[in-house]
Design a protein around this ligand. Structure first.
Ligand code: B16
Ligand code: MG
Length: 218
């Protein structure tokens, strides 16, 4: 049987860092006299750091010069790094370990496809790095989701055809990236927001091993 490649997004799928990104961006936006809602925050999920700041400035009608823009990005990242400094295995989202174990036991490829430049230290802190056959993060790509580059790179590294790849994503941009890569997209989170996904689950607790088994066999 051909191996499949299961590609996991990081923030909001493996760990609940989406809330830390939100808090750090909101603090920075507030400093600039801008506020944004949780609904608007959905548009920042899966989106690169540069693109996120561009969107926030756009919402507030604020323009920054290149130096100030870079400074603000650094400031947000420093704040975010403070939030994740003490992360440990307890921050893995429910049943992530069960899913990763099941796929490993069934000899499937496991890859990371994240927009974050902080992905590797987070995998290390949560002690799951050795489970991954390929890691592609924000340092490895030039085009942000919804561009499929991040997932296509993961497929290439594991020598798996896109049609044999399955992507788990919590962001609309990520689901769109998976779909345009020709991969099976599985939304983790709000099915209303992720309605472009081929399958939806609230979280991994509602995704049984039998379902994974079918994905492996089909
Ligand atoms: P960083 P993912 C994404 O990670 C986050 O969803 C998004 O909110 C963040 O802006 C982006 O990473 C860049 O993160 O500032 O750490 O490089 O969901 O694709 O794993
Ligand atoms: Mg995400």
């Amino acid at each position: 049987m051909k191996k499949k490649c299961f590609i996991f997004d990081l923030d909001g799928v493996i760990v609940d860092t989406a809330k830390y990104h939100f808090q750090a961006w909101r603090a920075l936006a507030n400093d600039l006299g801008i506020d944004f809602t949780l609904e608007q925050n959905e548009q920042l999920k899966g989106v690169s750091r540069v693109r996120s700041l561009e969107k926030i400035l756009n919402w507030g009608g604020v323009t920054l010069g290149p130096d100030e823009f870079q400074h603000k990005m650094n400031q947000k990242n420093d704040n975010y790094l403070d939030y994740i400094a003490d992360m440990d295995t307890s921050e893995l989202l429910p049943d992530v370990d069960r899913v990763l174990k099941f796929l490993t036991q069934n000899d499937q490829f496991i890859a990371l496809g994240s927009a974050s430049k902080n992905a590797r230290p987070i995998l290390d802190k949560t002690k799951i790095t050795p489970l991954f056959d390929a890691i592609v993060d924000g340092n490895d790509v030039t085009k942000a989701k919804p561009n499929p580059e991040v997932f296509l790179k993961a497929a290439k590294l594991t020598k798996t055809k896109p049609k044999n790849c399955i992507v788990f994503e919590d962001s609309l941009a990520g689901i769109q990236a998976a779909n345009s890569a020709g991969m099976l997209s599985i939304g983790i989170g709000n099915a209303e927001i992720l309605k472009e996904a081929q399958f939806n689950f609230e979280d991994f607790r509602s995704l049984p091993n039998q379902f994974l088994n079918q994905l492996i066999k089909n």
